[in-house]
Structure formats: C-alpha cells, structure tokens
Design a protein around this ligand. Structure first.
Ligand code: BEZ
Length: 391
C-alpha cells in the first residue's frame, strides 16, 4: 500500500509538472500583447506617431531576441486628453490583458493611466510623458520610463542661462503639469545661482494664440525667455516669436521639445535657438547614425526625440524578453530583467535609476541649418532626484 501511495504521489507530481510545462509552453507560444496609448490626433499627434514608429522599428529590428514570440499591438488614440486615460488603460488591462502598455505623451494622461495601472499585472512603459510623480511619489515596481522626468532637461538650463550672464528671465508655458514642472526645474537652478524670474506666463493648454503674451514680453524686455512648448504649439510659438520681432532681440531658451520634430515647419525662425535635452540629431555614435538612417528609410522622415524614446521602449522589451528566454510569465523576474538593463540608445547609454527613470546625459543644442547640433554637455549621467519615491 505504501508503495502504491508513493507511486500515486509521483504520478500526480509528474502530472502537475507536465501541466505547468504545457501551460508555460502555451504561454510562450502566445504573442506578447503590447498596448499602445498615444495621441494620434490633436496637438501632440506627431509626437504619438513618432513614438509608435520608433517602438515598432525596435521590435522589428530585434525580433531575433524575442525567442519566437510574436508581438501583437493594440493601439488606442488618447487624443492627449487626460479624461480618456482611465477608460483606455482599463480596457488594455482587463479586456485585452496586455503584457506591456506603452504610453503616453501627455503628463495628465500619464496620471490617469497610473491610477489604473500602478501595481497591476502589466508593465507600463512611459515613452514620453515627463510628470515628475511617475517616478516620484507614484513610482511603482511595474512602472518604467524610457524618456525623462520634467525636471531633467530643464534644470541644467538654469546654469546655462546664468553662464550666459542672463539675470532677469521671463518664463512661459502651457498651464498643465508638464509645463509647470518644466518651469520649476529651470527656476530651481536659476534662482539658486542668483537669477530672478521677473514674470511667469501660463497659457491654457492647448491654446496657440500667443501674440498678446509676446507683446507683453517685448515691453518687459528681459535678458532672456525660457519656455516649455512642444509639437504643434512649439511650431506656432517659435514662428510668432520671430514674426513679432523678438528673435534676435531677446534670446529664447527652452527645454529641447521646443525644436524637436518641428524645425522644418519652423524654418528660419528656429535658427540659433538654444535648448537642453537628452538627445540631439547629430549625436556622434554608431547607434544613432544607424537609427536615423533606418528611420528615414522606413518612414520617409527625420527621427526626433519622440521616435528615440519609443525605440528605447521597444529595446527595453526586447532585451528583457531575451534575458528571460522568451518566458515573461513571472512578473518579478521580468521587472528585475528590465531594471538591470543598460540600453544602447541613439542618445547614448541609458541605465535606470531605482525609481525606473533613465539616467542620461543632457545636451545643450543649437539649431543650425534645421538640425539640433550639440554644443555642450551641461549635465552628464543626470539622475532625477525621484523625490517621494519609496522603491
Ligand atoms: C508631457 O506632457 O509630459 C510632455 C508633452 C510633450 C513633450 C514633453 C512632455
């Protein structure tokens, strides 16, 4: 009888193992579901499109590292509207059972997504939105960012402005989280070095009627103006700044979104503008050269930072899947694989902080012949302070 029981126990254990292996094999044979939550319409449509292009390009180029797993994309247009975020994120999580959710561009949308996705059984990778809280007080094991915190590209510009002997600066932005945090980052360094913000102008998002604000700046006549605008708003702002006669009179500074993916539409109005960002078109490294060539060939246009950040989200997925031999069923192992990854990004090497935000160089760039040329590296391997993150 004892022998019979032992036999049965062995048989049952064998059955469990066999069932588990069959399940693992079945899981591994399933496509990896990648939910994409980006704006494909509205003021940030071009940013969403570039992010999606970069993501798809990376996963295509690195298909060989996916151990036979196919990728299924489920794409949702956020329209850069924060109120749409919870519903779309819930649908990707609960109806589609996405393994990864990539998005968004807009910081307000990020806050809505995080409410739904924090600590859930999916991995959120933010390929743009800079809301400091995402890798600050709202940080979570399953939330990663391949872009930046709002603080990161703006803080170094405070010192650059001081080094240029600017003492009295006007700041201006759209009035929403990302804009406010961008101005705060600049102010933190600028005021600490003795600079003075003589006026802050906040414009409702996504309004692009800038003329009255620019007339006011003209009459204040500050040493310089620091702004956050992106996408269609950046195009309009830079053209209006020139058209109203401020260009060449009052230096215009910004975080680099002001001249990303926009210089061909901005034309001569963008020439000479200095910005700080974690990327520049002309970065001299092999990965960037190849990336820009392939992007141009695949999509018939120049790559920009939004394409780079989407590309790096794809790279991050591919590297983690590869490290796990294609089996991503254990979330803790997946998170650990992602945390330990160093990406060879077009922007240079990128590793992740404890809060899951990129540690990266910030470049000072100047628009020359329509391209953002590197002229200095004001902050090497800059890590966001991740204030409030308890990871
Ligand atoms: C944001 O909302 O976080 C954002 C949007 C466009 C460019 C950069 C940041």
């Amino acid at each position: 009888m004892e022998n019979y029981n032992k036999f049965m126990r062995t048989l049952l254990a064998g059955t469990v193992v066999a069932t588990l292996s069959a399940q693992a094999l079945a899981d591994n044979a399933e496509p990896i579901k990648v939910g994409v939550m980006l704006p494909f319409s509205g003021i940030y449509a071009a940013l969403g499109d570039a992010g999606r292009n970069g993501l798809k390009m990376a996963l295509k180029e690195h298909a060989g590292e996916l151990h036979g797993r196919q990728i299924e994309f489920i794409e949702m247009d956020t329209e850069a509207k924060p109120e749409r975020a919870p519903e779309i994120a819930s649908s990707l999580l609960n109806q589609h059972h996405a393994n990864f959710i990539i998005g968004p561009v807009h910081s307000g949308v990020a806050m809505g997504m995080i409410k739904v996705l924090k600590d859930q059984d999916t991995i959120m990778i933010i390929p743009n939105a800079g809301a400091n809280a995402a890798t600050g007080p709202l940080c979570a094991p399953n939330i990663f960012r391949t872009s930046f915190s709002m603080w990161q590209p703006s803080y170094p510009m405070g010192q650059v402005a001081l080094d240029s002997a600017y003492k009295r600066v006007v700041t201006m932005s759209w009035n929403y989280g990302a804009g406010r945090e961008s101005l705060e980052g600049f102010e933190e360094a600028f005021k600490a070095g003795g600079g003075e913000i003589i006026k802050q102008i906040m414009v409702p998002f996504p309004k692009t009627e800038f003329q009255s604000y620019l007339s006011e700046i003209g009459s204040i006549n500050p040493d310089a103006v620091f702004v956050f605008f992106a996408g269609g708003g950046a195009v309009k702002f830079v053209k209006d700044y020139d058209a109203l006669g401020l260009k060449g009179k009052i230096p215009l500074l910004g975080s680099g979104f002001l001249t990303e993916g926009t210089t061909s539409a901005q034309g001569p109005s963008a020439e000479g503008i200095r910005t700080t960002l974690h990327y520049a078109d002309g970065l001299d490294n092999e990965v960037n050269t190849k990336f820009r060539q392939n992007y141009q060939q695949m999509f018939g246009k120049e790559a920009d930072i939004y394409a780079v950040q989407g590309y790096d989200a794809g790279l991050l997925i591919a590297k983690a899947v590869d490290q796990l031999g294609g089996d991503i069923s254990d979330q803790a192992a997946l998170i650990q694989a992602m945390e330990s990854t160093t990406l060879l990004s077009p922007r240079g090497e990128v590793s992740f902080s404890k809060a899951h935000n990129p540690i990266q160089n910030i470049y000072l760039r100047e628009v020359v012949d329509g391209a953002n040329k590197v002229i200095d590296v004001p902050a090497a391997k800059l890590e966001d302070p991740a204030r409030g993150c308890k990871l």
